[in-house]
Design a protein around this ligand. Structure first.
Ligand code: CMX
Ligand code: CO
Length: 140
């Protein structure tokens, strides 16, 4: 079902500060910066490697407001790992296969993710406490 880990999403209070930290510590390069109003985030993708069907990244996320998913997470749990995203060949197929197993989908249909990808989230309570994102990378 999964091709690779697409990214690990990290909740940050200050995006620029964490970009500086991760690039300095791990020598990672920022390959995309975006504001995604629908997800309520300002984000940066730091490239790690290329894999089947797309790359793998660290995704740094700063909330656009306190009542967004990442804003609420920061207030409750503080900075740190927010979600794990898996690369899939077809996000709509993966959504239906997983929902048939009784996992709640947080998105009824795929939404726009980083770098032209199509994404959908699974409820953390149905995945052992891990907020899980499915990613179909943009065609290259
Ligand atoms: N990881 C694990 N558990 C989480 C979580 C996370 N990131 N966020 C919330 N939870 C848990 C909470 O701890 C809480 O558990 P308890 O009831 O035991 O305390 C429960 O889920 C409900 O959390 P909440 O704070 O009441 O928040 P909501 O239910 O309003 O929202 C969630 C939680 C997961 C449904 C919401 O964050 C969501 O829809 N996320 C998907 C979208 C998203 O995260 N977008 C930003 C990233 C964008 C991107 O990657 O491109
Ligand atoms: Co993500």
């Amino acid at each position: 079902m999964f091709l690779r880990i697409d990214h690990i999403g990290i909740a940050c209070r200050d995006l620029e500060e964490k970009i500086e930290l991760f690039s300095r510590l791990f020598e990672l390069e920022v390959v995309a910066r975006e504001v995604n109003e629908e997800q309520g985030v300002k984000e940066a993708m730091l490239h790690i490697a290329d894999g089947e069907g797309g790359g793998s990244y660290i995704q740094l996320l700063e909330p656009l407001s306190d009542d967004s998913p990442v804003g609420k997470f920061l207030a409750k749990r503080g900075e740190g790992v927010h979600h794990v995203a898996f690369g899939v060949p077809d996000v709509a197929d993966a959504m239906s296969q997983i929902s048939e197993k009784g996992v709640r989908l947080l998105d009824e249909r795929p939404r726009h993710g980083s770098m032209g990808s199509e994404i959908a989230f699974l409820h953390p309570k149905d995945v052992g406490g891990m907020l899980t994102e499915l990613v179909q990378a943009a065609k290259r």
